[in-house]
Ligand binder design. Structure first.
Ligand code: AR6
Length: 533
């Protein structure tokens, strides 16, 4: 970056709202028909909240997570004489994990005991090389001696810790789940040991085919050349989380909320002016957006490739804040008008690099304040953009509406006064793996946040030109008193002029907008007549 050039434009970031300073007091935490709370709503500092109900109450149906510890979780086991009997799978899990696991080969054997159908299909080469080639001997020994037995304990205490089956957050449901960090840690330990039933087969029409995977087996795969560096760095980051929570269990809570609204704005007629914009070439959403609504550039399958190969914004966020991975246990694929909000996830790790250069960079002590429900004041919203191949298709009215609606669904809070809303911390949503254009998407996010009545902090990930261009467009819209509806109309008019071009048109959207309005000004100056978009 040229140091003589400014790195940010617009409203100073210090002027934007952040939680908890901007928030109104929370109502007391109470379960209701739209909110499942898995503990007694009683937060005691220094002590994880007690689960609710006191004794494990199982539900084994298609509306709830099928728990590994359910009595209904049965598994065929071959007896010594070759005959098959059906046994409690949880008992098999317990005896396998309580066996003597001293290295990754033992771990593989244990996991396959209760996943025997996958013995020839799952590949553990990545896990083996992680412990033999990637970690040094002391670290590997420490893991099997200290962390792994503690993780086993945490996983097997599941029926004491999570005493009811969490509901599934299915398509179009408006429902929240609040649980303790201890409950999340116990469920995630089970995911690491691949104990969740019916979550291994993802063929079409299988029960969970429209849900993300949750068992960690895909992370244990090998690469073409022995150790897969991406998976190894992911494992390092996740092992660090388990090391932290087994050494000292955090006492807070988290909420996962599936959100949609019965009515979306009629964009064409929205009179709202743009809200304030801070745009910066420096800074990151998770670092500089503390207390703001932080955008997760999501996949409709929440968490994307976090348990596989993917390693961009969403996956990195889920790795450094692994409690977010739990969303994969219960969140069905997001539809066009839905999002998932995650409040309270803690950051446990630092990282360096991005994608192929991603590296775990040590411990992170999250100092974010907690709210009165015990959650870190960190709110992340998962919104999935569409994947694009051409510039033109992104201006198609149907596509623009889809993206405006998606962002609006993520940003809007029907029950909060605008003055109590934090700003949105975002950036090049949909513009990396999903191939969108950052100027079009930047404008779309400005429009959605305007109707949601929230300011925007936009981090361009080092792109100084983009920062300047977005700022100029924002200034231009303000100077010309352009409302969201005016912007919608000019995008439509642009699409009509360039719809026949399949590739990138000669004039891009921003230049077109500038040109249209100066023509409009010229024509009004000369003839006193407006142009009808
Ligand atoms: N802060 C600010 N900007 C960032 C950050 C950050 N921490 N990280 C990346 N960027 P991408 P998409 C910028 O590709 O296109 C995942 O697999 C950077 O300029 O993650 O919406 C999901 O699961 C980067 O190029 O988002 C989906 O499957 C740009 O944001 C898919 O990728 C876009 O990041 C979503 O892809």
């Amino acid at each position: 970056r040229d140091p003589s050039q400014p790195s940010w434009f617009g409203t100073p970031i210090s002027a934007l709202n952040r939680t908890p300073a901007c928030s109104s007091p929370l109502p007391s935490l109470k379960p209701d028909s739209q909110h499942t709370v898995l503990f007694r709503p009683h937060v005691r500092p220094g002590d994880p909240p007690r689960p609710f109900p006191d004794k494990y109450r199982d539900v084994w149906d298609d509306a709830h997570v099928r728990m590994p510890c359910s009595d209904e979780n049965l598994y065929p086991v071959q007896d010594q004489d070759g005959s098959k009997t059906v046994k409690s799978r949880w008992e098999v899990v317990q005896s396998a994990l309580l066996g003597n696991i001293q290295n990754s080969l033992d771990l593989e054997e244990a996991i396959l005991t209760y996943n025997s159908r996958y013995a020839n299909r799952w590949d553990f080469r990545g896990l083996h090389s992680f412990f033999t080639e990637y970690l040094d001997d002391d670290e590997a020994r420490g893991f099997f001696k200290v962390t792994l037995p503690a993780m086993v304990k945490l996983a097997l205490r599941l029926p004491e810790i999570v005493t009811q089956s969490p509901p599934l957050l299915k398509k179009q449901m408006r429902h929240s789940i609040t649980l303790s960090q201890l409950q999340v840690a116990s469920l995630l330990s089970n995911a690491f040991f691949c104990t969740f039933p019916r979550r291994n087969a993802y063929q079409r029409n299988s029960e969970y085919s429209s849900f993300p995977s949750i068992n960690f087996n895909d992370l244990f795969k090998g690469g073409k050349h022995g150790v897969d560096r991406r998976r190894a760095e992911k494992l390092k980051t996740l092992v660090h989380y388990f090391k932290r929570v087994t050494a000292r269990m955090p006492c807070g809570t988290l909420t996962f909320r599936r959100q949609s609204f019965p009515k979306m704005p009629v964009w064409k007629t929205c009179k709202d002016p743009l809200t304030r914009l801070h745009v910066s070439a420096e800074g990151m959403i998770e670092e500089d957006g503390t207390g703001m609504l932080q955008v997760d550039f999501a996949n409709k399958v929440i968490g994307g490739g976090v348990l596989g190969f993917g390693l961009v914004q969403e996956e990195i966020r889920f790795l450094i804040c692994p409690e977010m991975i739990l969303s994969r246990l219960f969140t069905e694929t997001l539809e066009a008008d839905e999002c998932l909000v995650i409040i309270g996830a803690e950051q446990y790790s630092c990282y360096k690099g991005y994608s192929d250069t991603y590296k775990w960079a040590g411990d992170y002590q999250d100092q974010t304040t907690r709210d009165t429900w015990g959650r870190r004041c960190t709110e992340v919203v998962a919104i999935d953009a569409l994947k694009y191949r051409t510039y033109t298709e992104q201006c198609n009215p149907g596509m623009v509406k889809r993206e405006l609606d998606k962002a609006f669904c993520g940003f809007y809070r029907s029950d909060v006064l605008p003055s109590n809303l934090s700003a949105i911390a975002t950036g090049n949503w949909g513009c990396g793996a999903f191939g969108g254009d950052s100027r079009i998407k930047g404008l779309i996010q400005m429009m959605s946040s305007a109707v949601a009545k929230r300011d925007l902090a936009y981090f361009t990930f080092g792109d100084a030109q983009l920062a300047e261009d977005l700022y100029k467009m924002h200034e231009f819209a303000e100077a010309n008193s352009l409302s969201v509806g005016d912007l919608w109309n000019v995008i439509q008019s642009y699409h009509r002029t360039c719809a026949k071009t399949s590739r990138k048109p000669a004039v891009e959207l921003f230049s077109y907008i500038y040109q249209m309005y100066s023509d409009f000004q010229d024509s009004t100056d000369e003839e006193g007549a407006g142009q009808d978009w």
